[in-house]
Design a protein around this ligand. Sequence first.
Ligand SMILES: [Zn+2]
Length: 328
Amino acid sequence: MPKYTTTFSLLLLLALFLFCPVTGNTQTATNYHRYFATAQYNGNTIIILRKFEQQGKPYYLYADPKTIETATIAAAKVTAQATKWDDIVTTYKTTPYIKALLAAQQQSVALQDAGITHAYPKEKGITLTIDLCPSHKPLDRVIFTSLITEFKKIETPVPVALSVTGRFMLTHAEDIDWLKNLVKQKEINITWINHTYNHHYDPKLPLTKNFLLEPGTDIDFEILGTEIAMLQHGLMPSVFFRFPGLVSDAKMVQAVTGYGLIPIGSDAWLAKGQAANAGSLVLIHGNGNEPIGVKDFINLLKTEQSKVTDKQWLLYDLRESVKNEFGE
Ligand SMILES: [Zn+2]
């Protein structure tokens, strides 16, 4: 991909931010780029994935390879040892983070549903992922209000993973604020999955040339542009990535993991009639475009209601699920 395309796209994104003020305590991240390094922080090794500037000061986005949690930190607070990504993979290949990333790479052959599709099989319950693809419709808030009602007194905050696109954030500032408020009230806990910026889809194209596989796709912008938008909206990017349409090929999986991101598939896309079993990574759409999946999920909640009350059917935090699946 020619460098100027990326630069142009990032400039365009910056221009969009300048003309689209958002609420909350957010700041624009500039000079945002991939930067791989390790450092010691609070007695733990952290893996630095990105470097950027906020108000003229350098910052890092990093992951804890044991907990798979991410955070940002002022660069001045740690001594970073710049390292090639491949060397980080080799050195930390026994940590849950890198183990999961390597496992996802192994499952990269199929055109659809590459990556981690199931986790934490020993426990009763599921991990819920909700995709927020670009949409003109509002967020399907009933998903969240139903979850909060059903899990009240059983499991709070309720853990959910949301795959968010840049374009959804651009047109749903109020919905994002509503979600952030639920997090603040400790009703839900969100893991933010990168679902690309544009999420291109052309119904006329075959899958091999569709979604992220569309010729001319600027992968750098699709990934980093989404992370910049997340930070701009006060959302913490995680190390997880969901392919638009769940469509990818081995080369694209390699490209995505090269950003330190773990592709997350699904073994229970409810609207496609796939059933949720223990350990399933359930997929529904929360962008108003998949009412069947939302209805199925609410029915599932009702069916399992007695088990929920008995704590025999719980929801799991994606980071926790992957950590348990790939821990020692
Ligand atoms: Zn999508």
